[in-house]
Ligand binder design. Structure first.
Ligand code: B1M
Length: 211
């Protein structure tokens, strides 16, 4: 069993160089990319989240941790993208208006790509108008929205309402995710599905696409 705890510690310490070196070592030793992500990088970021919550860490430190985690993800990304799964399922993903959290969304996006899905990532702070413009331009099968703040969750509903008003709602499946979001909330706002993590978001898209 590899010592992913050391990698998690490097994320918590915000030590970007150490994270990159450890990730490269894990890859060279033949460790599975998904394990490196889940047991090392995300495990570390989860601790950061808990410390931030109780006031043991502050925004600048959290940003350093996030940067370290992303540096590790960037090294693992090409290995995930090596998946030879093919699909014509096209997804537009973004973090909703007012919300700048993108670590989880990037992970979802990366897992979807590695699962053979085509992903157009609109980034963070995406307004309903921007989502709609992208949907009209790219004609995706699925819209995937992420929110990490309880204050930005209602933006998801606004996007769905705007799609209804434009007569576009029936042309697309909609999934949502992010720490404060739930299956019950998805039902309340009229989304087609909710996924708690990146792997299940990929599976959910595949099953909705197959319907
Ligand atoms: Co912010 N932040 N933050 N933050 N931040 C939270 C979310 C918070 C819970 C921390 C806390 O206080 N307890 C809290 C929200 C409280 C609430 O809403 N009730 C919070 C707050 C308050 C804020 C600010 C308002 C702080 C301030 O300025 N006073 C501010 C808001 C800025 C803004 O967005 N407008 C802010 C800022 C920041 C940073 C910039 C410092 C940084 C973001 C950096 C970045 O993303 N580039 C940050 C971070 C890092 C966090 C925590 C610590 C970690 C989030 C994270 O990346 N987790 C977070 C605390 C926490 O979550 N415990 C917190 C790791 C990531 C892999 O998990 O994002 O949950 P997650 O994604 C998961 C799943 O949720 C799911 O899959 C992912 C992988 O498994 N998922 C999806 C996500 N999106 C999905 C979409 C899907 C499906 C699944 O389908 C579409």
């Amino acid at each position: 069993m590899e010592n992913y705890a050391k990698l998690a510690e490097s994320v918590i310490a915000g030590n970007e160089e150490q994270v990159k070196n450890q990730v490269r070592e894990f890859i060279a030793s033949g460790n599975a990319p998904v394990d490196i992500i889940n047991q090392g990088l995300i495990a570390g970021m989860n601790v950061v989240g808990q410390r931030f919550k109780v006031g043991d860490m502050y925004v600048p430190e959290v940003l350093m941790c996030a940067r370290s985690m992303n540096a590790g993800l960037e090294i693992v990304r090409p290995l995930l993208a090596d998946s030879d799964a093919e699909s014509s399922c096209k997804i537009i993903i973004g973090t909703v208006k007012g919300d700048l959290h993108d670590i989880g969304k990037n992970l979802v996006s990366m897992m979807m790509e590695s699962g053979g899905l085509e992903v157009i990532d609109l980034g963070v702070d995406v307004s309903a108008d921007d989502f709609i413009a992208a949907i009209e331009k790219h004609k995706p099968d699925i819209l995937a929205m992420s929110a990490l703040l309880t204050t930005t969750m209602p933006k998801m509903k606004e996007v769905i309402q705007a799609l209804e008003e434009m007569g576009l709602r029936d042309k697309i499946k909609i999934i949502i995710g992010g720490a404060p979001v739930s299956q019950a909330f998805a039902q309340t706002i009229g989304a087609d599905g909710y996924a708690p993590d990146a792997a299940s978001a990929t599976e959910l898209c595949k099953s909705l696409f197959a319907q």
